[in-house]
Design a binder for this molecule. Sequence first.
Ligand SMILES: Nc1ncnc2c1ncn2[C@@H]1O[C@H](COP(=O)(O)OP(=O)(O)OP(=O)(O)O)[C@@H](O)[C@H]1O
Ligand SMILES: [Mg+2]
Length: 802
Amino acid sequence: MSPDHPLLPLLPLRDIVVFPFMVIPLFVGRDKSVRALEKSMAEQKNIFLSAQRNPDNNDPAPKDIYETGTIANILQILKLTDGTIKVLVEGLQRGHIINFSDNNDFYQVKIERIQENEQITPDLKALMRSVGSAFEQYVKLNQKIPLEAVSATANIIEPHRYADTIAAYMVFQSNDKQALLETFNPGDRLDKLFGILKSEMEILKIEKRVHGRVRKQMEHSQKEFYLNEQLKAIQKELGKRDEFKTDIYELTEKIKKAGLPKDIHQKITKELKRLERMQPMSAEASVAHTYIEWFIDLPWKKGKGAEKIKISDAQKVLDKDHYGLEKVKERIIEHLAVLKLVKKIKGPILCLVGPPGVGKTSLGQSIAKATGKKFVRVSLGGVRDEAEIRGHRRTYISALPGKIIQGMKKAGTMDPVFMLDEVDKMNADFRGDPSSALLEVLDPEQNFNFNDHYLEVDYDLSQVLFICTANVLHTIPQPLLDRMEVIRLNGYTDDEKQGIAKKFLIPKKIKEHGLTKSNVKFTKESLDRILHDYTREAGVRNLEREIATICRKVAKNVVDNGKKYSAKIEAKTLNDYLGVPKYQRRPVNEPLPIGVATGLAWTEVGGELLSIEASILSGSGKLSPTGKLGDVMKESAHAALSYVRSRAIEFGLKKDFYQKTDIHIHIPEGAVPKDGPSAGITMAVAMVSALTNTPLCHDMAMTGELTLSGRVLPIGGLKEKTLAAYRGGIFKIILPKDNEKDIPEIPDKIRKEMKFYPVTNMDEAIKEAFGRKLKPRKKKSAKTKAGNKRSTSRRPSATTLN
Ligand SMILES: Nc1ncnc2c1ncn2[C@@H]1O[C@H](COP(=O)(O)OP(=O)(O)OP(=O)(O)O)[C@@H](O)[C@H]1O
Ligand SMILES: [Mg+2]
């Protein structure tokens, strides 16, 4: 084996061309190649590397392998776990196959070494320089080649080696590489390499351009998207601003039209300027906005004066809306006449006082109608906080003006009829006294500059016609009461209720239920039965409700049977419409059991009959009052007992009778709280009845406060109590002499039917109650007298005995 023609094992390469001076790892898997390697390792570690013409050919024949290749030295060999071999080779020299031999194990080739021309001419140097700078540019363009490649090649001075090293670094088609390998002349090789570099650079540039364009396109669309999003946000923001601007503009226009007084106009314009500078959606802005709107919504224009009221028309309206109430209407008309004359609503405030359902609210509405004014109603029931009247300061979150200013906004004019309902149900507590705020509202000397905490400016209430309503007077604070002209509305008599039902309630309900007069007719007896068996009230609210119930049932029948349907409501058929009676009657001529007396109570809902029971038990002188009695009532029970003890001998009792007896006083209905001193004489009478075993007159009721010495003191609410007795079919009343002065107040019709027994002391009361001077009796007896029907059962309610 000549050194110029070595015989070497052949390693055919797929897709790789190895140049001299190149160090490269190769992965060898084919058996033939592995054996070639083993052979080489066993000898001088040299091997011939040559590329396959077709890289896919798995078992290449000699013709499939390029003749020109590279003699290489094996530097390292490593067997991998999958059976392949990783071999690190270093190219040494070009070689040309001059003979193939196949020993079945591997190819053995005879090689002709290709000697390189190592001459360096200026032409070659120039060529090297051009290739060098092209390579530098190429490396810059191709990010896959490390920049060190440039410095690694810079020091090579041999042209052939320079070309081969650069070619080894470059990435280009393997058949071009093979062509380069086959170019033996260094000048030609550099030339070809330069050409390849140029075209590769061209390709790279195009690639870069395309890349750039794609990126730009992507960037462009991203940018567009981003800008669009931003645009939308800006437009939205601008829109809000725009909206806000129109809002401010609208507010400005509204302020112009609101007719605000000069100083308030200035204040609000200032507030508006402040608002303009605020962030549109901020909480601060919404507070300022609401504040301004309150001023816009409040009425500021003066209303018409009271001198325009036509008294005759007012009378007509009041008569048209309300049955009876002559005295009340007269007082109202007088009040209006004074207003007309003084041309101002200055003067006492009307206060309508009476039990529920007697028409206080509806009278207020009528007054508004009669004077051609707007009507607003504000309920003060349960108001405990001054701020509810006068508003909260604006510093509070969600602060609002008080009920008065809210009412004025609702009214929309400065001169409405303003009803303050339930002034008697206000309470004072730690949050301030609402009644003191109300004082300012109702005081004609002060209310032209009423100060609401929220508004912060004075508002003129002097043109408002205030009307208060209350069920009782005693809970209204005195200073407030002093400013009021009280008009009492008492409970109605049965006759009046009949009249109200016939003239007002029935026509009203018929209309409300879509019926006609011919569809439903009420007999007098049926109304009477509704009054006694289904309602027990001073007013007519429940009566109205029961009539509505009947109308509803009739309406259903009209729908079922046609418009011609007609129902006659009779006393005996009432159960079909209203169910079982709500109140039980006890015939009035039934005798009273021993120890039972009939008292009279006066409550917020009117007068009531009150049955008081006393019973005697053997014991040790205890008195037990039961039936949810208040302290005052318990005390008056004790006072009654003391009186009875002091008169024991006169009643035929043993002087020490109380030592062996207990007395139990009970007032049904046990669950309803009761209090007040006016049952004093009734309790004493009941005790005497029980102790002497003598029944009382069953057709007599009584009321009066009792002192220990037996004096009878006056009571309140005589009129209401008398009406209650009348309603219950009792026509005889024992009353304190001092209350005689109240008798004329009782409606004529009732007064004439009633018999009053004024008494100054208990002895007189006993005489009237038992119908005679009392003598002790042993046997039970019942003195009966014919009388109207009456009942002892009552509607539950808080009971105050005055
Ligand atoms: N004299 C009357 N004539 C005609 N209708 C009446 C009369 N009195 C009361 N009414 C009617 O009775 C109903 C109840 O009256 P209203 O609501 O005015 O009672 P009120 O006195 O305000 O009671 P409350 O104290 O409970 O507020 C109304 O429908 C009213 O029209
Ligand atoms: Mg009312």
